[in-house]
Design a protein around this ligand. Sequence first.
Ligand code: GLC
Ligand code: CA
Length: 554
Amino acid sequence: MIEDLWYKNAVIYCLSVGTFMDANGDGIGDFSGLERRLDYLVGLGVTALWLMPFQPSPMRDNGYDVSDYYGVDPRYGTLGDFVAFTHAAKQRGLKVLIDLVVNHTSDRHPWFQSARSDPDSPTRDWYVWSKTKPPHADSGVVFPGVQKTTWTYDRAARAYYFHRFYDFQPDLNTANPRVQAEILKIMGFWIQLGVSGFRMDAVPFVIAEKGPEVTGAPVEQFGMLRQFREFLQWRQGDAIILAEANVLPRQDLDYFGEDADRMHMMFNFQVNQGLFHALATATTERLLDCLEKTRARPASAQWAQFLRNHDELDLGRLSAEEREAVFAAFGPDPDMQLYGRGIRRRLPPMLSGDRRRLELAYSLMFTLPGTPVLRYGDEIGMGDDLRLPERECARTPMQWSDEPEGGFTKSARPVAPPIRSGPYGYPHVNAAVQRHDPNSLLNWLERIIRMRKEVPEIGWGDFTVLRTGAESVLGLRYEWRNNAVVCLHNLAAEPIEIRFATGLPGEGGALTDLLTGERNPPDESGRHTLLLEGYGYRWYRAGGLDYLLKRSEV
Ligand code: GLC
Ligand code: CA
């Protein structure tokens, strides 16, 4: 199988076309606008984009309710604009991943419309029906408090249909071979138009057995994942699937495949929750536990590490006590919380806009085992608008400048209200201002991204936890091909002096700070002493040529 492991050392940037940049002035972001911003993204240093759904949709779930898998929603442009965009991205060396939302369709999709109106419809069996209401219909909802049930009666069909998510998102009967064939066709279509893979939505539900008789934990059809991967790679060797699968660590290998024949990448939800627990409590134990539990993976498989995404920060895998600690620190107000399990804010307001803490959080995320995923606006420290419902609060338009509507659109009626006032309003927080300020978050992040790309050890190598003797300090060492880096993060507000050994053969010699060039030599016992400021961080490359030579003799 021809493969290209580009994703091992990538930096992924995720965005919604509709809220990124509006080129034609109708108030809605579009592909032409995105194309004009590609040089900004290349300048930032990201190497791959992940686009949230942009296919035709009634937009009742931010596009995660697709009504035509083979098109571009006219609000965003045409298929022609899409191809112009992928071409322009390719010219600049940017890979494009797109969302693949095939657990369910919109209820407006012609497949569902046909299925519900005629029992003999060719797509009737593409959905999941029941004559009577299944007894467990009210369990297993994904959006508690907003979504009441997973089975809803449809009068035209005279039957209940299954929907894991909202009632306007009927689940596809993914066990049906025709549905499976259609999913492959959809992948093949977009591959042909220039994408390098997919962020596959809700994977555990895609492969779950569905039906009125299914009770308790559904059985997954893992074979399907291999089928998806094989098809993709036979068509295009460097194409990948990045799975959204918030599962327990013992299931990770089921998703990656023991022989690395299933998902190439998975978001590390486990570590994400441990990370926020660490930031909230200034202790590293829980995070280390998450890192250990998700250590095992096939060599070519990769974790995607992230801070916040377009959904709520899901803390469902923490204990009640741990979750309370994160709520207390970052989302004490019930209005900041969502679905009884998460926080719906963006990162900067959670960290009180404190630059030191933001740098710490990003630096930490960039040095966790895997590939970092940024969300648009993170690079300038965008905030949220809690007056907007549910997850919409963290999906406001990109703030480009201090012009009206933050330079996102020339229209006075933007698709979603940009943040206009307050500390996170576009007059203060915008890309144009930050570009001119060498000390801005944007320019800092650009440097961190450059540094991360120069440290392939993190994406490719194995990590070792260093003993720093301080519970607030996370020390990780990565090694790959005779090179090693050491990353240290102090989660606490107070400065701390630590002593540590790198554990490298011959003690690895002096450490060189990748940001400042400063050297930290070992003492006679081979250990290093370091004063870390409150929320301080360091990235060191271990040893010099000497160390390299020693290792390559082995
Ligand atoms: C995923 C998406 C979320 C969406 C859901 C239903 O969890 O991230 O935004 O609502 O799937 O498609
Ligand atoms: Ca537009």
